[in-house]
Design a protein around this ligand. Structure first.
Ligand SMILES: NC(=O)c1ccc[n+]([C@@H]2O[C@H](COP(=O)([O-])OP(=O)(O)OC[C@H]3O[C@@H](n4cnc5c(N)ncnc54)[C@H](OP(=O)(O)O)[C@@H]3O)[C@@H](O)[C@H]2O)c1
Length: 254
């Protein structure tokens, strides 16, 4: 049996929305495992450049690619640019998100529902469609879709986000069956609430209330999502597909 160390040396990984938050931590973990990393963002170049500097200072081979991952044309251009500078994309982590306001049903409009579906269903679909011809030819590929524990828990008032994460789950399950014969795996990671930059000003009472529900009695760390991604991206996980790893200190059992 070869020494198992989840090495990603020689692989190229794209993490969408990886200029901050869980995406940045995931990009760093994949890079520390040896992958060449494509950092993606749409809006803040300054933040993406800071992320790139952070990864490079850790000795990781990385480049930044600006693209709105809900736009087919932008995804196509990003893949072509990655292929030129880092090589064919072996690992796709669909992670990007816009802000996720919690509101009662009557206060959401369809435009927001559509935005959630664009990020969590349309984007993974567009990413897969662009990545698949190469992956099928190479008989290898890894899709890791970042979902959330909220789909299992039905958290409220969060209906638009929960619905879109549910759609993403259905898409991932069907993809897994369709792509397994090609040696391509499709898995999900379902984090619990793991505070990142955008949660800085959330009410302390909300944070305390959530923390009290985590069996492990501590907050998750962004890199704990990243290490799960390293496993799912590795050769050692070749026979694992259609699965969801909850990274939430034991709050849910899937
Ligand atoms: N953090 C949590 O507690 C938690 C819990 C469960 C699930 N999740 C899931 O984990 C994923 C990451 O969440 P996060 O909390 O880490 O988010 P975040 O910190 O807000 O980061 C979002 C990332 O997406 C990028 N982005 C936004 N719009 C984009 C677009 N159109 N195209 C490409 N990139 C875009 C942002 O950069 P720019 O704005 O500069 O483009 C940023 O890099 C999401 O799928 C989320 O649903 C998070």
């Amino acid at each position: 049996m070869p020494h198992a160390c989840f090495s990603l040396t020689g692989r190229t990984a794209l993490v969408t929305g990886s200029s901050t938050g869980l995406g940045l931590a995931t990009a760093e973990c994949l890079g520390r495992a040896g992958a060449k990393v494509a950092i993606n963002y749409a809006n803040s170049k300054a933040r993406a450049d800071a992320a790139l500097a952070e990864l490079r200072s850790a000795g990781i081979t990385a480049e930044v690619f600006q693209a709105d991952v809900t736009c087919e044309h932008a995804i196509d251009g990003m893949f072509s640019a990655i292929e030129q500078s880092l090589g064919p994309v072996d690992v796709v982590v669909a992670n990007a998100t816009p802000p996720q306001p919690m509101k009662p049903i009557e206060e959401y409009d369809w435009a927001f529902h559509q935005q959630m579906l664009d990020f969590f269903v349309k984007s993974p679909y567009l990413l897969a469609r662009r990545a698949l011809p190469g992956m099928k030819a190479r008989k290898h590929g890894r899709f890791i879709n970042i979902t959330s524990e909220v789909f299992l828990l039905g958290v409220a008032p969060f209906s638009a986000y929960v619905a879109a994460k549910g759609g993403q789950t259905g898409w991932s399950r069907s993809m897994c069956h369709e792509l397994a014969p090609f040696g391509i795996t499709v898995n999900m990671i379902a984090p619990g609430w793991i505070p990142v930059e955008r949660h800085e000003h959330d009410p302390q009472a909300d944070k305390d209330a959530y923390l009290a529900t985590i069996p492990m009695q501590r907050w998750g760390r962004p890199e704990e999502v990243g290490w799960a991604a390293v496993y799912l991206a590795s050769d050692e996980a070749a026979f694992v597909t259609g699965q969801t790893i909850a990274v939430n200190g034991g709050k849910t059992c899937w």
